[in-house]
Design a protein around this ligand. Structure first.
Ligand code: HEC
Ligand code: HEC
Ligand code: HEC
Ligand code: HEC
Length: 192
């Protein structure tokens, strides 16, 4: 009985050790995989947002559900400037001289393919962004004044606008994605 237990423990540790070394190998490789789940807005008063990054890139999540969302639909600065300019008001890319467009394949070869994350530029209200001298401003059609693109504006426009379009294009989708007005479907207080 004892021998069996020891044998079992030995087998289990061999299995654990070999899977651990696989993990080490992946991490030491040059590229990386896109993150699966990201917790955003840990400092938001209304609560943090659990964002399933993987589902947003592997499922067909375009408004009409016919295709996948391109990486640069969200990571708009991860493409050459000439490409960004095709989608006004976009013009800024990071780094400024980049020649590559973010894809899963590119990330697999170059771990820094994203270049910068949203909040490096879209700072919280009253904060200075890490990468730009000021939080960017955009003048949207129909508004008299330019909008300061804080983290709140950037994420709400990117995430909320698509969800609003999804619900328009596919009113019977169940569950519906959190539309702009459904604040606490996205923002949830972390369990204390
Ligand atoms: C689709 C999901 C979603 C919905 C719906 C949503 N938010 Fe947000 N909100 C976010 C994300 C993502 C951020 C940015 C988090 C970060 O900076 O990482 C954010 C940021 C904010 C911030 C800034 C937080 C800070 O201090 O940094 C406020 C305030 C806010 N939201 C309020 C609201 C209100 C009010 C509503 C409803 C009218 C709402 N949100 C609906 C996802 C959402
Ligand atoms: C629906 C929007 C969206 C799409 C589509 C998307 N991402 Fe992201 N991604 C995000 C957000 C939001 C973050 C978190 C940024 C932050 O923390 O400010 C992120 C973070 C990342 C990070 C981590 C960056 C870091 O240094 O922390 C990587 C890598 C990444 N994405 C790669 C990809 C790749 C590759 C694709 C396309 C296959 C992709 N993303 C498509 C929204 C998106
Ligand atoms: C390197 C800085 C930088 C990064 C990183 C960045 N942005 Fe931006 N963003 C800008 C600037 C600057 C503008 C104004 C237009 C321009 O100059 O390209 C802008 C404009 C926007 C707009 C308004 C234009 C529109 O299409 O409605 C949204 C929304 C937005 N960003 C969301 C995001 C999201 C979401 C992320 C991360 C996935 C992100 N941004 C990453 C700098 C950045
Ligand atoms: C271009 C479209 C698009 C963009 C941009 C987008 N989403 Fe979504 N999202 C969807 C669709 C479509 C669904 C619903 C999928 C379904 O139920 O089949 C969804 C579902 C969700 C859900 C419900 C849980 C889940 O993942 O199934 C959350 C939460 C969410 N999105 C958060 C976000 C946040 C936060 C952002 C911005 C960082 C974002 N989304 C950007 C299309 C989008």
């Amino acid at each position: 009985m004892k021998v069996l237990t020891i044998l079992a423990a030995f087998i289990i540790s061999v299995v654990l050790l070999s899977s651990a070394s696989n993990v080490t190998r992946d991490v030491s490789a040059q590229g990386k995989k896109p993150p699966e789940v990201i917790v955003l807005g840990k400092e938001a008063k209304l609560g943090q947002i659990t964002f399933n990054h993987l589902k947003h890139i592997t499922e067909n999540r375009s408004p009409n559900g016919a295709k996948q969302i391109a990486c640069v639909d969200c990571h708009h600065t991860a493409q050459p400037a000439a490409e960004a300019l095709k989608h006004p008001p976009h013009k800024t890319v990071w780094p400024a001289d980049r020649t590559t467009t973010l894809t899963a394949e590119l990330l697999d070869k170059d771990a820094n393919a994203v270049g910068a994350v949203c909040t490096d530029c879209h700072a919280r209200a009253d904060a200075k962004p890490k990468l730009l001298p000021e939080t960017p401003q955009v003048k949207f059609e129909g508004s008299a004044e330019p909008t300061v693109m804080t983290n709140q504006q950037a994420f709400h426009r990117n995430c909320g606008s698509c969800h609003d379009e999804v619900v328009k294009a596919r009113p019977n989708l169940d569950p519906a994605p959190p539309t702009s007005k459904k604040c606490t479907t996205c923002h949830k207080k972390a369990a204390a």
